[in-house]
Design a protein around this ligand. Structure first.
Ligand SMILES: C[S@@+](CC[C@H](N)C(=O)[O-])C[C@H]1O[C@@H](n2cnc3c(N)ncnc32)[C@H](O)[C@@H]1O
Length: 232
């Protein structure tokens, strides 16, 4: 790597956000074990016995590696800096998958809601086991979210897939602009949007034009993560 590039990397804003996130995580220790212990062990083992395949790295069955995915989700909670209630926050997680992220937040005393399509029996069963409410809804480009009957303090999404087009390319500025404007109508004053994006085919998490647009509307970006206050 050329020295000038190294310096650019060292001083670019993303590196600053990244380092800040790491330091904040260090200041917020949160062990995963209590959240694993809070799950009905027998119920979980029944689901695992039906679906788990240790070799599976891609399929949703991989989420049945509970220790590993609970650690990942604890890290997300620390990254989002969501601490134990009070204040009791209302949190919507889009593409909520297994529900572990919301389970941790529920254990921390928050009100949580998942949103997902209903394709995966594993997710259906883990959500039922964790007793977390979930709205079944498919996000489509240029279509509003449904009336959820409540507003949220934080809306999250991790390893997003809803932003994939039919041809497997990812949403650009137009789709995101529509989506974020609509999403803001579901936020309480001061609400926040915190996403981490699944990679594009070439390994980047967003193309430079989208990244610049996110930044132009005030987003903070830490590699795959996009943090937005009510701004669009
Ligand atoms: C890669 S998984 C991530 C699951 C979870 N967020 C996590 O990180 O552990 C993507 C999630 O997005 C959901 N999803 C995919 N397309 C969607 C769409 N159009 N609308 C809503 N959810 C969608 C999937 O069902 C799945 O739960």
């Amino acid at each position: 790597m050329r020295l000038s590039h190294k310096f650019k990397k060292l001083f670019n804003l993303d590196a600053v956000y990244s380092t800040k996130a790491m330091l904040l995580r260090l200041s917020y220790p949160l062990p995963a074990q209590p959240f694993i212990d809070a799950i009905d062990k027998e119920g979980f083992e029944k689901i695992r016995a039906r679906y788990y395949d240790a070799k599976e790295k891609v399929n949703p069955k991989k989420y049945l590696n509970l220790d590993s995915w609970m650690r990942t989700n604890v890290k997300r909670v620390r990254d989002h800096r969501i601490r134990k209630a009070p204040p009791r926050l209302r949190i919507l997680d889009i593409g909520s998958g297994s529900g572990y992220f919301l389970h941790i937040l529920k254990c921390l005393g928050h009100d949580v809601l998942g949103m997902d399509i209903d394709h995966e029996p594993v997710f259906r069963e883990t959500f039922a086991l964790l007793k977390i409410p979930r709205v079944i809804f498919r996000i489509e480009p240029f279509q509003p979210l449904p009336d959820l009957g409540q507003k949220f303090d934080i809306v999250t999404a991790h390893m997003t897939c809803f932003n994939r087009r039919a041809d497997d390319t990812h949403w650009g500025r137009e789709e995101w602009e529509y989506f974020l404007k609509d999403l803001q109508t579901h936020l309480n004053p001061g609400g926040k949007i915190q996403f981490d994006l699944n990679p594009l085919r070439d390994g980047r998490h967003m193309d430079p034009a989208l990244r610049d647009w996110f930044k132009s509307i005030g987003a903070k970006i830490d590699r795959r993560k996009v943090y937005l206050d009510q701004v669009v």
